[in-house]
Design a binder for this molecule. Structure first.
Ligand code: IPD
Ligand code: CA
Ligand code: CA
Length: 261
């Protein structure tokens, strides 16, 4: 199943890269405020679904652009292009994200960055890899020397004040904060130690399913804002090694209202 996920991610990534040159000619549709989709997102998703359905016709699928395809207990969770806004602007930070769950537990996660040809893979209980080399989260123990990733809650303006409170607390206490625009790559970077911690409000399952398994298999910790594992429900996550996770949790906790729990 990992091999099918890799084949699907690479094929979709190649398709995305082939279209990157002609990004100016794409038809861009707005799904909602600040939420764009192009025919490339849809074509990449179709490519992935075709490969999965050919190999596993009975499996279920949850895909960002085409929604739910009902089948058995195995469910593929697909974001064909994470970082669409970056892609549209030629900003080089976007990826394909594919996860496979069985009865609610993620067993396989693949994130492919077609620009840098970086393939991040994880299998439950078998570790995380970047281009077939084992990766681990960083060993950072002190926030003051930590590089932290985040995402702005631009689709959730009701949480902007809470988010700014968190940001204001963390900015002066860390070595730096990055908002690169692809949650999937943020989590993959955390799994390799390029980032030391990460938090974001309002993610969807397809943004984070593969990335969460990568972080966990790389020795990291992921929770929602209540220190539980209901991140798919709330869309809110904190991730890092044990120490960094705890430090971020403590810093943002004063701004976590009941709606964010
Ligand atoms: C988005 C990216 C971004 C995050 C947004 C997501 P998309 O995914 O992951 O980093 O902040 O919340 O929606 O729309 O480009 O697939
Ligand atoms: Ca996404
Ligand atoms: Ca997407």
């Amino acid at each position: 199943m990992l091999n099918i996920a890799i084949r699907a991610a690479r094929n979709a990534g190649d398709l995305i890269q082939r279209s990157a040159q002609s990004v100016g000619q794409l038809t861009i549709n707005k799904k909602s405020h600040n939420d764009f989709v192009t025919e490339i997102d849809r074509m990449a998703e179709q490519e992935i679904i075709q490969i999965i359905k050919y190999a596993y016709p009975d499996h279920s699928i949850i895909a960002e652009e085409s929604g739910e395809h009902k089948g058995n207990d195995y469910t593929w969770v697909i974001d064909p292009l994470d970082g669409t806004t970056n892609f549209l602007h030629g900003y080089p930070q976007y990826a394909v994200s594919i996860a496979l769950k069985n009865k609610g537990k993620t067993e396989v996660g693949v994130i492919y960055d077609p620009l840098r040809d970086e393939l991040f893979t994880a299998e439950k209980g078998r570790g995380a890899m970047l281009n077939n080399r084992r990766i681990r989260v960083g060993k950072q123990t002190d926030l003051s020397t930590a590089l932290i990733g985040t995402g702005f809650p631009f689709k959730h303006p009701q949480h902007l004040d809470a988010y700014l409170g968190m940001f204001k607390t963390l900015t002066p206490t860390t070595a730096g904060i990055r908002r690169a625009g692809s949650a999937a790559l943020d989590l993959a970077y955390l799994a390799t130690g390029r980032l030391d911690g990460f938090w974001e409000i309002g993610l969807k399952e397809w943004d984070m399913a593969a990335g969460i398994l990568l972080v966990q298999e790389a020795g990291g910790v992921v929770t929602d804002f209540s220190f539980n594992e209901q991140y798919v429900k709330s869309g809110n996550i904190i991730a890092g090694n044990l120490k960094m996770h705890q430090a971020i949790y403590q810093a943002i906790n004063p701004f976590v209202s009941d709606q964010l729990k």
